[in-house]
Design a protein around this ligand. Structure first.
Ligand code: HEM
Length: 471
């Protein structure tokens, strides 16, 4: 499965944003909400529920300005045409936000321009579909190792279980290091604490303010960088010089360096940044996808039955050869990523004045692309709030605007790990589905939606449980 926003290679289903007329009267936007109620009330709502606030704003029009009392504005855009301009056709007018660079230094997620191109070229071979398929057996082994500990009647906090699982897989494949099943707690906690940098309060407080979550972030960064150093030491002189022989990302990078590759780009400092970036970008997104997939299955009995029938038809635990047979499983994941995209909004900053729908956004302003909002827009999806994997059975993909479904972003900076993530999700669902049924013990809201607590990524509220039934 490739993202529909994949590099913009497919013909656009909607209008091309690059040709959106920049009207002469590019009026500044009035801030949302308009004059109603005391400003502090909106501020509290914004602080406590930033995603809900942004989505309420985007429900009123496709480009909005939200004022952050005392800390400037954030603009939101909620149409695939706008997403396409930002991520593809006019991407030079937007840069990544400074907070990512402060957090992750010079890793792939943050660097720009020629430096980004070079890093992407070096890393891409490890993330192609073919390379990633080589991880399949190891992934299934890692998944089974963890779920074999589950027992009938267990009440599981799946978000926590899948965080551990995603880290097991990521460390084994990217860093070449097996994490202890019930151990390595400090590393696991540190990976979690990386998200502390992006608590909603970070939009409101200057980055020098030492909030508790920012202090935890700094400690986590130190722990993971020290771990990266230990792993680097172990690989020195031991990494294969032919990239084709590298079994993990760190070995690949060290091998290239030892074969005389670009020394600045592969310095210890840069490799440390890259490792921390991958841990951040690669584990929580996958965790969220898995958790919401099982929530969706538990809450949709007919679909769950078809899913179980599909995975029961396999001869044993899933292998590479089975992937093509897992249609229902794949659509469950596709639809989960539509309704619950882990990266619910993509942050950027303008490098110059830009005009959306006749409204000017000045240079150096923060802009959020409302991915989750776009995924739930009835202009692009029928009955958009309903979980219906079968909507992907027919021609929806080819008929859809090419930026109306973008869980992995789009344009050249589309997620490098998407094949990896989709493979892991498919194998995890199939391996668990053959062995267990997971029932939802949490409470949905009045609209049937799960309890979420969105931070940088969409997450389920802490403490939600699922009931394990052996099949
Ligand atoms: C379901 C799981 C995943 C989702 C939904 C996801 C989503 C995304 C999105 C939306 C972006 C674009 C960010 C932007 O444009 O600002 C991105 C970039 C990135 N992702 Fe993922 N991701 C997932 C899994 C992974 C995994 C498993 C890895 C690594 C093993 C990874 C590594 C990265 C990196 C390094 C980038 C930056 C790429 C660049 O700028 O060239 N992601 N991801």
């Amino acid at each position: 499965m490739a993202s529909d926003a994949d590099q913009g290679e497919r013909p656009a289903g909607g209008t091309d944003g690059a040709t959106t007329p920049e009207r002469a009267a590019d009026a500044p936007l009035a801030p949302y909400p308009p004059n109603c109620g005391p400003p502090w009330l909106h501020f509290v709502h914004q602080m406590r529920e930033p995603l809900a606030f942004a989505e309420e704003a985007l429900a009123t029009r496709d480009v909005v300005r939200m004022n952050l009392l005392g800390n400037g504005d954030i603009y939101g855009v909620g149409h695939p045409d706008h997403a396409k301009r930002i991520l593809l056709t006019e991407r030079e007018k937007f840069r990544k936000t400074e907070d990512f660079r402060i957090a992750f230094g010079e890793g792939l997620l943050t660097v720009e321009g020629e430096e980004w191109r070079q890093q992407r070229d070096v890393l891409q071979p490890l993330f192609t579909r073919d390379s990633v398929m080589g991880y399949a057996d190891g992934m299934v082994e890692t998944i089974r190792r963890r779920i074999d500990r589950w027992a009938d009647g267990d009440r599981l906090n799946l978000q926590a279980e899948f965080t551990d699982l995603a880290l097991d897989v990521l460390f084994a494949t990217v860093l070449g290091r097996e994490l202890a099943l019930g151990g390595d707690r400090e590393i696991r906690r540190s990976a979690e604490d990386l998200h502390g940098w992006f608590k909603p309060t970070s939009y409101f407080l200057p980055e020098w303010v030492p909030t508790p979550s920012r202090r935890r972030f700094r400690a986590a960064q130190e722990t993971l960088r020290a771990e990266a150093d230990r792993l680097l030491d172990a690989k020195r002189g031991a990494a294969p010089t032919d990239p084709a022989d590298a079994e993990d990302l760190l070995s690949l990078l060290v091998g290239i360096r030892e074969a005389g590759g670009d020394s600045a780009m592969l310095s210890d400092e840069r490799l440390r940044d890259q490792m921390v970036t991958m841990i951040f970008a690669g584990h929580d997104t996958t965790t969220t996808t898995l958790t919401f997939s099982f929530w969706a299955l538990a809450n949709n009995p007919e679909i769950r039955e078809r899913f179980h029938a599909e995975v029961d038809a396999l001869d044993g635990p899933p292998t590479l050869d089975d992937l093509a047979e897992l249609d229902v499983t794949e659509r469950v994941i596709t639809e989960t990523l539509r309704l619950y995209p882990p990266v619910h909004s993509l942050p950027r900053e303008t490098t110059t004045d830009v005009v959306f729908d006749g409204h000017r956004i000045p240079a150096d302003e923060r802009v959020l692309v409302g991915i989750r909002h776009i995924h739930r827009d009835s202009r692009f999806f029928d009955d958009p709030e309903t979980f219906r994997p079968s909507r992907w059975d027919g021609d929806l993909r080819s008929d859809l605007h090419d930026f109306a479904y973008a869980p992995f972003g789009g344009g050249p900076r589309i997620c490098i790990g998407r094949q990896f993530a989709l493979l892991e999700a498919k194998l995890t669902l199939a391996t668990i589905g053959r062995q267990y049924d997971l029932g939802w013990l949490g409470e949905n809201d009045a609209d049937g939606e799960p309890p979420v607590s969105p931070e940088m990524t969409l997450r389920m509220e802490p403490g939600q449980e699922f009931l394990v039934t052996e099949r």
